[in-house]
Design a protein around this ligand. Sequence first.
Ligand code: GLU
Length: 303
Amino acid sequence: MNYTAILQEIYQQISRLPVTGTVAATIPELAKVDPGKFGIHLTTIDGEDYGIGDSEEKFSIQSVSKALTVAMAFASLGERMWERVGVEPSGNPFNSLVQLEYEKGIPRNPFINAGAIVIADMLVSQLKNPKQDFLEFVRTISGSPNINYNSKVAESEKQTGFRNAALANFIKSFGNIENDVEEVLDFYFFQCAIEMTCKELAHSFFFFANEGMTRSGRQILTQSQVKRLNALMQMCGFYDESGEFTYKVGLPGKSGIGGGIAALYPKNFTVTTWSPGLNEKGNSELGMNALELLTTKTGMSIF
Ligand code: GLU
């Protein structure tokens, strides 16, 4: 497969499209990002790298981090993790509160904010120095020791994260948060404020495509655990647009309101895109377009 030529074609086609999405407004610091940015990076299972556009520029990974926290929690807690968070699509927006009340504080899945906050609580309980340990985990799986978080973005979300505070308090009222709500939210805002390039993100997601093993040969999860998380990303990785993403792209993946998307074709490649303009569901408009072009041109999708 000539990925250099394919990415070039995609880049040219995407460059001709108007930038119509809107940059995330819920976090003021994110609203400052240039909406015209676009990058795409693909890493094959053999370790070859192909990138084009702004693929080596750092951006706020936001909810893409949820796939990494859930992997870390799954590695240490195993199946008992699912007693506190479900594995079903929600069909609701990422920050919705509605299902939580009648489902008694058990979030539908780990990729909506409610679920990711419960996973954050698990990690706060499990880890000695949660922020530092998670950052080290991300640096290890990506092979990039210079990955860090943006304190301005984390602070900006802390100032305006009223919905996430509401979710955390509501879940706590059902007894599904063990730690202090402030501490859990502080960790959650931290994980969302981690910055990576498309290339670093593609490397971080490599183990999802490689049966649980990182590029440097570290077994993070078992083959069966990775199957489960990829299935969850397929069903829930794009909030109430997960069906649309599956229909158009046909790969498991995770989006974030920083405009990033990480997707993968098991045993073949990981691919990441960054374009800050979001559609009304909070997913990167051009990123979704680019990935649809990729699987259409190559025929490489899991369906
Ligand atoms: N930090 C964001 C929030 O909780 C993440 C949402 C997203 O990226 O979809 O609102």
